[in-house]
Design a protein around this ligand. Structure first.
Ligand SMILES: *[C@@H]1O[C@H](CO)[C@@H](O)[C@H](O)[C@H]1NC(C)=O
Ligand SMILES: *[C@@H]1O[C@H](CO)[C@@H](O)[C@H](O)[C@H]1NC(C)=O
Ligand SMILES: *[C@@H]1O[C@H](CO)[C@@H](O)[C@H](O)[C@H]1NC(C)=O
Ligand SMILES: *[C@@H]1O[C@H](CO)[C@@H](O)[C@H](O)[C@H]1NC(C)=O
Ligand SMILES: *[C@@H]1O[C@H](CO)[C@@H](O)[C@H](O)[C@H]1NC(C)=O
Ligand SMILES: *[C@@H]1O[C@H](CO)[C@@H](O)[C@H](O)[C@H]1NC(C)=O
Ligand SMILES: *[C@@H]1O[C@H](CO)[C@@H](O)[C@H](O)[C@H]1NC(C)=O
Ligand SMILES: *[C@@H]1O[C@H](CO)[C@@H](O)[C@H](O)[C@H]1NC(C)=O
Ligand SMILES: *[C@@H]1O[C@H](CO)[C@@H](O)[C@H](O)[C@H]1NC(C)=O
Ligand SMILES: *[C@@H]1O[C@H](CO)[C@@H](O)[C@H](O)[C@H]1NC(C)=O
Ligand SMILES: [Ca+2]
Length: 582
């Protein structure tokens, strides 16, 4: 409905637009239009750092926009913060051909511990007639991640880098970017430059860092699977190892993979259509018994490593992968089913109180995936990766990327680590401020999308934050009234079968919404609020939370329905903490 015809570029126009864009794609022109106005940022632009590079006829493809062939001018420059020595932050703004420019600016964000996603997100701006910005956060160059600069020495935090990563770099990127866009295209002060954002995972968190602090930074945002509740989320990557330790069983990855396959097969039809997609993992959670998988055979050939289920670059970066695994042949054990069941239930402390949540049933068991120890011939939890690194670097403040052992680490230990990190990074990384009245009043609109089978950030994480905002802002309203009030500025869509920030190899019919920025633009500029969200999967319109998908008439009729039991199954109180965890 709002596709390539209106917004997109085509290969036919490539040569023409390149000619006119090339007139402006020079460092001399870019230098003459730098955003040197006083924008209240306390920064100084280094005019000698400007570079401009023209790229034409570039084919780009992603789950996050429709395939396109684009032309752009890549302008980069550096700036420094006044009063800080040896400081350089690099920004890159991709400029669309002048005849394609539609008075728009778009920032895009990173993933894992990266503050940008390079070319995997930024084309969405060019495709939408916008100048498209990324930042390096001041970490060195566009490929340097935050963890490389987080510690200045053991026990000395680089707080400047932490505030930059937390929210400041994106504030500067967008503030400079909007002015640069205005200067570049001679847009008069009386004309509006619409500003947008798109990012997923860490990039989703970066988007929310702006919504929560800078009410009029963006007119519209698309945030995917945001890494909100940073301390809980990172620490929780250790939950699989802790749960397996408590049960005393470390399943081979193939056993868990088979359990996932059997879960998908058993729960597929609960949504009313046997299509390989578990569109109602909530019904699955309420009715599926992992014990029913006990005794089923599994087999996996020896593998060279890699990340099972990988298809998106964001996900590959978040999980660099696993070492080679030997051939695995066996039958699902009672202990394996117990691990699956306890993992899906999520972390509970010694007093029986809920600490956190895990992915929905039917999701790949990423955080419970063991590694093979060649010396002992046994499977064991992986002591490296984002979870362990969060503990050693961000909590213990040591330049060290893995834990020495899982010994004595219990659910209560994880609870206390979550609390420690929440306190330490409350105003930088945690990103859960629940009062969005300023953003709403400024007219901002945000769409949040989250894969139902996300194995890195549980889909219920986004529902918990949505409810935290809803109950903070609309305490006095009825449930229906509060949802209607939320609908005015914040809409949440769960992608059936969707993985972390993209479509899912295990449930390929689920697809992924590829035109969400266009939907937000229509909402902002034309006042057309989306009832459902266009999707590439078998279910081609996604239901707006709290409505849930349901097929009837043997899979021929599709509806979005309200189901209080389903809503309740997605709703959690983290009562292991004695204060609100938003
Ligand atoms: C653009 O790229 C396509 C495919 O990469 C190629 O076939 C075409 O010749 C290119 N056009 C121009 C004008 O360079
Ligand atoms: C823009 O230029 C910077 C600096 O040379 C480079 O790192 C980045 O990859 C370029 N971006 C694109 C989209 O070409
Ligand atoms: C902006 O205005 C200047 C001065 O009039 C002009 O030289 C330049 O070509 C204009 N830029 C664009 C992109 O139209
Ligand atoms: C699980 O299903 C996938 C996709 O159908 C298949 O490739 C994989 O081999 C299955 N895994 C096991 C352990 O049977
Ligand atoms: C699954 O079996 C275990 C014993 O192996 C039992 O303790 C547990 O309660 C069973 N789960 C369900 C849901 O019946
Ligand atoms: C453990 O996890 C790290 C980070 O994800 C990965 O690079 C490494 O290969 C894993 N180790 C094994 C033995 O699978
Ligand atoms: C797996 O093990 C069973 C029992 O030992 C055996 O019958 C079967 O052939 C094995 N499967 C493969 C693919 O090696
Ligand atoms: C910093 O801590 C790490 C991990 O404990 C240690 O290996 C390293 O030697 C320490 N570096 C210095 C300079 O003390
Ligand atoms: C675990 O706790 C026991 C008992 O307090 C202690 O002896 C042991 O050293 C601890 N292990 C580690 C790795 O801290
Ligand atoms: C239901 O749909 C399936 C798949 O399209 C078809 O095979 C089956 O015959 C249908 N059953 C009825 C009762 O119509
Ligand atoms: Ca289904």
């Amino acid at each position: 409905m709002f596709g390539r015809g209106i917004l997109g570029l085509s290969a036919f126009t490539g040569a023409v637009s390149a000619a006119s864009l090339s007139n402006y794609c020079t460092s001399a022109y870019a230098t003459s239009v730098l955003p040197v106005q006083d924008l209240g940022l306390g920064v100084t632009i280094d005019a000698s750092s400007v570079s401009a590079i023209l790229t034409t006829n570039k084919s780009v493809s992603s789950d996050w926009y429709e395939d396109a062939v684009i032309d752009y001018c890549n302008i980069t420059f550096a700036y420094s913060h006044n009063g800080i020595a040896n400081d350089a932050v690099h920004v890159s703004y991709l400029i669309p051909p002048p005849e394609k420019f539609l008075n728009r600016y778009v920032s895009t964000g990173g993933g894992g511990l990266a503050i940008n996603s390079g070319l995997s997100f930024s084309p969405v701006g060019i495709i939408s007639g916008a100048v498209s910005g990324i930042t390096d956060g001041g970490f060195g160059n566009f490929n340097t991640q935050y963890d490389k600069v987080f510690l200045l020495a053991n026990h000395t935090v680089n707080w400047q880098a932490t505030y930059m990563f937390g929210y400041q770099a994106h504030h500067e990127l967008a503030t400079l970017g909007k002015q640069f866009t205005r200067n570049f295209f001679n847009v008069s002060d009386s004309q509006k430059i619409y500003s947008y954002y798109q990012g997923c995972s860490e990039g989703g968190r970066e988007g929310w860092s702006q919504i929560q602090r800078f009410a009029d930074q963006f007119d519209g945002l698309v945030t995917g699977a945001p890494a909100l509740r940073f301390s809980h989320l990172q620490t929780n990557h250790l939950s699989g190892g802790v749960i397996e330790n408590a049960i005393g069983y470390f399943p081979p990855p193939c056993e868990l993979e088979k359990i996932v396959n059997l879960t998908i097969a058993a729960c597929d039809g609960l949504d009313g259509k046997a299509d390989g997609v578990v569109a109602r993992s909530d019904l699955c959670k309420l009715s599926f018994d992992y014990n029913s998988t006990i005794g089923q055979p599994y087999y996996c050939p020896a593998s060279k490593g890699g990340f099972p289920g990988a298809s998106s670059s964001v996900r590959r970066r978040q999980f660099p992968g696993f070492n080679p695994t030997p051939e695995q042949n066996g039958t699902i054990t009672a202990e394996g089913a117990a691990v699956a069941s306890a993992f899906t239930n999520g972390l509970i402390d010694a007093k029986g109180k809920r600490i956190y949540i895990n992915p929905q049933p039917g999701s790949f068991f990423a955080d419970a995936t063991n590694q093979f120890n060649k010396e002992t011939g046994k499977w064991e939890p992986n002591l490296s990766g984002l979870g362990p690194q969060y503990i050693t670097r961000y909590l213990y403040l040591e330049q060290k990327d893995s834990l020495d052992s899982f010994e004595n680490i219990t659910a209560d230990t994880l609870r206390d680590w979550m609390a420690l990190g929440m306190q330490k990074y409350q105003d930088t990384l945690q990103t859960t401020w629940p009062d969005l009245n300023p953003f709403k009043t400024a007219g901002g609109k945000v769409i949040l999308v989250h894969g139902e089978a996300d194995s890195a950030i549980p889909a219920a994480s986004s529902i918990h934050y949505y409810d935290a905002v809803r109950s903070t802002m609309y305490d006095g309203l009825s449930y229906d009234e509060s949802i209607a009030a939320m609908d005015e500025f914040y809409r949440l869509y769960i992608v059936p079968g969707g993985s972390h920030c993209g479509s899912n190899r295990d449930q390929p019919g689920g697809g992924w919404p590829a035109t969400t920025l266009q939907t937000v633009i229509k909402w902002v500029e034309d006042g057309v609020a989306p009832e459902t969200l266009d999707n590439t999967g078998d279910i081609n319109v996604l239901c707006k939370w709290p409505l849930r998908p349901l097929w009837s008439n043997n899979g021929t009729q599709f509806d979005c329905v309200y189901d209080s039991k389903s809503t309740a199954s997605w709703t959690y109180t983290f009562d292991a903490f004695k204060y609100p965890v938003y």
